[in-house]
Ligand binder design. Structure first.
Ligand SMILES: C=C(O[C@@H]1C=C(C(=O)O)C=C[C@H]1O)C(=O)O
Ligand SMILES: NC(=O)CC[C@H](N)C(=O)O
Length: 748
């Protein structure tokens, strides 16, 4: 008998981790938001007849705030719903409040910390929520608030578990007396919690028994009506796929392999000799599993270019350097939506923009699957505001939020195999590019002279004041304390104006030598006119956002940073990175990313838990999460990409609420010297490709600089995760360290 579980989501970023635990038990889960019914409690009550139990999930906010934070969900208990209920964290607090407990500030807030949960005596008896549990087990806590039942009617509450921390004993689980209503304060669904699946299994057994009793009393509802209701209810996420997968045909690819001596300057040297435009996604450090490749993408007049402006909900489509288009014509088409020779104008939201990209790519996907990450496809940059929950408010200057270019010719260097490949999808690998490659491959070893920026240029650098940073930091702390957020990725932006324009390529070469990184990128979009770009990104990112192939995907969130200086050995860094502060920071984002994947996929694994990685200026704590079974799913990599942007490591958790707080409150004043709308722009977005052999790889836009005005001014973002364990000085210094990784090129 499959149970129908109603899951009430309070817009949390751990919802689907819990949902997956229930689905693993073979049960059907319907997810609604706590405010899906608005104020229509009667309709909600009627629909409840279709379900066998209710799970009230975790989430931001405080049940004491009432309707804005929890809707009318407390009424479940006030009206005495005749269904088993499991409340988790916020849901638990809500249930306890409804029976007279108070919700109070936790003396020592815990976000992403593992504690021993101890059962009250008798809690593990047969038929209970903790049947078969040991007397103590480890679980993760994410809460600012806790339940105080000292002044409540003790006959209504059966405490089941507690934990000890610095603030004394904290209630971890209760049952409401004589009711099948249970709750846990801890998070059974975290990847660092023990026995989470068992808790759900036990709750479902309780549900099963309850259901049987109801069936006997013939209270059960008509199954066919139930199915209709259920189908229409579950609308919290858009589950449609961007494009339908089809049977793929083999298509023509020309690949010429040339053996090479692996050297990460190779791609740079080839680009130096190229006479045509190029984009570079390059590794400047070779590691197993990241940075094994450099890709030089060669756009030409056959290349279609997509530019999306979220501020005006418009996409412009044109061919690379179409002679009919002028810079002024293009800018005015973007601004007004009025037609312009050579440009297709589509008025569409960013959501529809993804579909436009998908529709374009679908017929280009091919059955050939050479073991090469990129054979040709869309390459480009997606800004932070292309993600979910973000908005790009209208401000003075219209800037692109996304630019993607379809590229048929490329050079791919595989450092591990020691081969370079010239790849063409149109049988016409450009001769000039071939001779540039041959010159470098056959020539003498590349020199080691470090490129320098030209002498005699002054740099006007504007960064946020420490005072405004302090205010933003304090705001972040106050939201963390109130339980509105568990982690806030607070970011700053700095503007650099050189007294003379310097070629982006020259800056990039300096940057990549000073701050080598596995995901460096050079994207100067000169798609209208040579020597002119409306978007330019120079990045030395250490962080992979998302990589996929036809069946699996991988995310590598970085959270936890230690500056390298003369005294920091790897050993010391590891010690610092394994403290509760860094552990919690990383775990929260790891759990958030599992959630992002579980929204679309059934199987998600944690393949590396908090490894320490070394970079030029910092040590970082990195986890690796994989999603499996894409082949059987209706989704492709592009669905995962759309779905999981913006990167959780750049937002904090829970994602939706924290993105909102950052935009409306926290970063507004802090970055007002750059933009009045607190848009992050390219920073915090992603850069990469989707290849016609169904592979993709995207890095997070950090340790980078970008320009919207043809390299006259540059913007650099830097930030870090603020948690309750942060210190103001520590975060300020961490931000400066990250800023320095790119800013250093302008400082001598
Ligand atoms: C925000 C930045 O980096 C992010 C924040 C990190 C952290 O808080 O430790 C680490 C890597 C990135 O996910 C940045 O580099 O500007
Ligand atoms: N994870 C949660 O559900 C948190 C609940 C509540 N907002 C708190 O901070 O205590």
């Amino acid at each position: 008998m499959v149970l129908n579980v109603l899951f009430v989501d309070f817009y949390d970023s751990f919802t689907y981790n819990l949902v997956s635990l229930i689905r693993d038990q073979g049960q059907h889960v319907t997810i609604i938001h706590f405010d899906s019914y608005g104020e229509d409690i009667e309709r909600f009550w009627k629909d409840l007849q279709c379900f066998d139990c209710i799970v009230l999930g975790p989430g931001p906010g405080n049940p004491e705030n009432g309707f804005p934070d929890v809707g009318f969900m407390e009424q479940l208990f006030v009206r005495q719903v005749d269904l088993p209920v499991l409340g988790v964290c916020l849901g638990f607090q809500l249930m306890c409040k409804s029976v007279g407990c108070t919700i109070e500030q936790l003396p020592s807030i815990k976000h992403g910390q593992v504690y021993d949960v101890k059962l009250s005596s008798g809690a593990e008896t047969a038929g209970s929520l903790f049947e078969g549990y040991p007397s103590s087990f480890k679980s993760v806590r994410y809460h600012s608030l806790h339940v105080n039942c000292k002044n409540s009617d003790v006959s209504r509450i059966v405490p089941l578990a507690f934990t000890d921390d610095e603030g004394g004993t904290v209630l971890m689980s209760v049952q409401v007396a004589n009711k099948p209503w249970f709750g846990v304060q801890y998070h059974p669904e975290s990847c660092c919690s023990e026995l989470g699946g068992k808790l759900i299994e036990n709750f479902l057994k309780i549900t099963e028994r309850h259901k049987q009793a109801r069936v006997r009393a013939s209270e059960s509802s008509d199954l066919s009506t139930a199915q209709g209701v259920i189908r229409n209810l579950d609308q919290t996420i858009d589950k449609s796929s961007i494009y339908q997968k089809q049977d793929l045909q083999a298509q023509n690819i020309q690949i010429e392999e040339i053996p090479i001596e692996p050297c990460t300057l190779l791609a740079l040297q080839i680009c130096n000799l190229l006479t045509e435009p190029f984009f570079l996604m390059s590794s400047s450090t070779i590691h197993e599993n990241r940075g094994e490749f450099s890709i030089i993408a060669l756009p030409n007049e056959r290349s279609t270019v997509y530019t999306h402006y979220d501020q005006v909900h418009r996409t412009l489509v044109h061919q690379w350097r179409d002679q009919r288009i002028t810079l002024e014509g293009f800018a005015s088409a973007a601004e007004t939506g009025l037609s312009c020779d050579g440009v297709d104008i589509i008025n569409q939201s960013k959501h529809e923009f993804w579909k436009t990209l998908g529709t374009f790519m679908q017929p280009k996907m091919m059955a050939n699957n050479p073991d090469i990450p990129f054979i040709g496809g869309l390459v480009g940059v997606l800004g932070y505001e292309m993600g979910q929950f973000t908005v790009h408010d209208r401000e003075g200057k219209l800037v692109p939020d996304a630019k993607m270019v379809y590229v048929e010719n490329s050079v791919v260097v595989d450092y591990q195999k020691g081969v370079l490949m010239l790849i063409s999808l149109n049988n016409k690998f450009p001769e000039n590019a071939r001779s540039a490659v041959m010159k470098i491959v056959q020539g003498s070893k590349p020199g080691t002279r470090l490129p320098q920026l030209p002498d005699g240029v002054e740099y006007d650098i504007t960064m946020p004041t420490k005072e405004s940073y302090v205010r933003a930091y304090n705001k972040s702390q106050s939201y963390l304390n109130k339980g509105d957020s568990y982690e806030v990725c607070l970011t700053t932006q700095t503007r650099v104006v050189p007294s003379k324009r310097i070629e982006p390529w020259r800056i990039f070469q300096t940057l990549i030598c000073r701050n080598p990184a596995p995901f460096s990128s050079f994207f100067e979009f000169t798609d209208i006119k040579p020597g002119h770009s409306d978007l330019c990104l120079l990045s030395t990112s250490p962080e992979r956002f998302l990589k996929w192939d036809a069946d699996t995907c991988e995310l590598r969130p970085i959270k936890g940073t230690v500056k390298k200086d003369g005294n920091t050995t790897r050993e010391l860094a590891t010690k610092i990175l394994k403290t509760p502060k860094e552990f919690g920071e990383n775990l929260m984002i790891l759990d958030l990313i599992r959630n992002d994947l579980y929204e679309l996929l059934d199987v998600v694994t944690v393949d590396e838990l908090m490894s320490v990685e070394e970079y030029a200026t910092v040590y970082q704590l990195v986890s690796v999460v994989k999603g499996h079974g894409l082949r059987q799913a209706p989704y492709s990599g592009i669905d995962l990409l759309q779905h999981s942007l913006p990167p959780g490591s750049m937002t904090g958790a829970p994602k939706r609420k924290t993105v909102e707080l950052l935009h409306d409150e926290i970063e507004k004043e802090l970055n007002s010297h750059i933009s009045p709308t607190s848009a992050r722009g390219v920073y915090s977005g992603v850069t990469g490709y989707m290849s016609c052999n169904d592979r993709g790889d995207w890095s997070v836009n950090i340790r980078c600089m970008f320009s919207y005005d043809n390299a006259r001014t540059w913007r650099l973002g830097a930030g870090g995760a603020v948690t309750v364990l942060s210190t103001l000085e520590g975060e300020w210094q961490e931000m400066l360290t990250k800023l320095e990784s790119a800013l250093q090129v302008f400082q001598n």
